[in-house]
Design a protein around this ligand. Sequence first.
Ligand code: IPM
Ligand code: MG
Length: 373
Amino acid sequence: MATGSNKSVLVLPGDGIGPEVMGEVLRVAEWFADRRAVRLDVTEDLVGGCCYDAHGVAVQDKTMLKATQVDAVLFGAVGGPKWDAAPREQRPEAGLLRLRKDLDLFANLRPAIVLDALVDASTLKAEVVRGLDLLILRELTAGVYFGTPRGRADLPDGTRRVIDTQSYTEEEIVRVVRVGFELARKRKNRLHSAEKSNVMETGVFWREIAGRIARDEFPDVEFHHILADNCAMQLVRNPKQFDVIVTDNLFGDILSDEAAMMTGSLGMLPSASLGPVDPKTGKRNALYEPVHGSAPDIAGQGKANPLAMLLSFAMMLRYSFDLPEDANLVDRAAQDVLNDGFRTGDIMQPGMTPISTAEMGTKLIAALDRLNG
Ligand code: IPM
Ligand code: MG
C-alpha cells in the first residue's frame, strides 16, 4: 500500500550522534524502498557545527532553498562544546532555528509514549507512567526564541544589562492553539493550554485567545487552562491526566524534556515540526527530528539510541507522506525489538541485552521483515 511516485527528502545529519542515528534511518529507508516500494529521493547536506567548519555558517542559503523545495526534511542533531566560541549567529543551534523560522514550522508535535517494555526504565513509579500517551504541542517560530529587541547593552554607570523579548501576535497563538484542538479531537479529546497568565502579558493574551477558540470553535473538546509551572509539577505527579498540551516555544522546550524523561530516555522521543498548509498546492513544509541533542560525550562510539530518529522517520511517513500503515510498521518494529530485550545504554536494564546503535538498526530491520511477512 505504498506510493508509486518518489518523495524528496533532505537529510541533515548534523553533529555529534546525529550522523550515527541518521545512518540507521538511511538503512531503514532502503528497506522501505525494497520491500514496500516507498521510494525516497534523498539529498544529504551539512547543518550545524560541521557546516560552520566547512563553510563558516551554521547553514548555507542553498540548503535553506532546498529545504523549501523537498517534501520533508530529516534532521539529526546539532551542537557541541567544540563550537562554544563560534559567534552566536553562526552557532550550530542557529542553523536549526533558521530552518524552523524560515520554513514557518510553527507546530511542533512531541509525543511522549511509555511503551510497556520500558515502564521500568522510567525514573517514575511504574503505576504513574504505565500506558502514558501524551502529546506536547510546542509553538516553534515565535516567543522568546525570536523576539526583538534582544542583546546586551552597556549602562551609563559602567555595568551591563541584557534583554530577551517574549512576543506573540494573535495569529501566532490562534494557529497553534487550533492545531492543538484538532489533534485532541483525533486522540482522547482533551486539551490543556499552558502559560504564565499570573505573571506575563503574553500569558494573559494566550489564555484569552485559547479560551475564545475553545468556546467558539471546539465546544466538544474538554479544555483546561493551566499555569506552566503547575503543569511541570502535574506532569510528574500524575502525567496520565494529560492528552494534548499546547504551549509556547520556551515552555514547550522545557515541558517536552520533562515529558520525554517519563518514557525512560530522551533517546526514545521523535518529533514533527509542521508549517501551514499551502492552500494552492496542499503542501506543507515539514521537518522531523529526535528531541534529543547531539550528545557529544558519546558521539562516534556506537552507543547512541537510534530509536528517536527512527520514530521521527515514522512520523514523516505518517504526516508528510500519508502512509499510516508504513509508519505503524516502524512503530511496531521498535516495540518488538524492545520486547525482545534489546537495549542501547540509555535504556539498559538488568537482564536485558546491550546492543550498539547499528545493531539496533539491524534488529529493527529484522523485526520489519517479520511484520511484513
Ligand atoms: C529542542 C532543543 C533546541 C531548542 C536547541 C538545540 C536550540 O533543545 O529542540 O528542544 O531549544 O529548541
Ligand atoms: Mg529542548
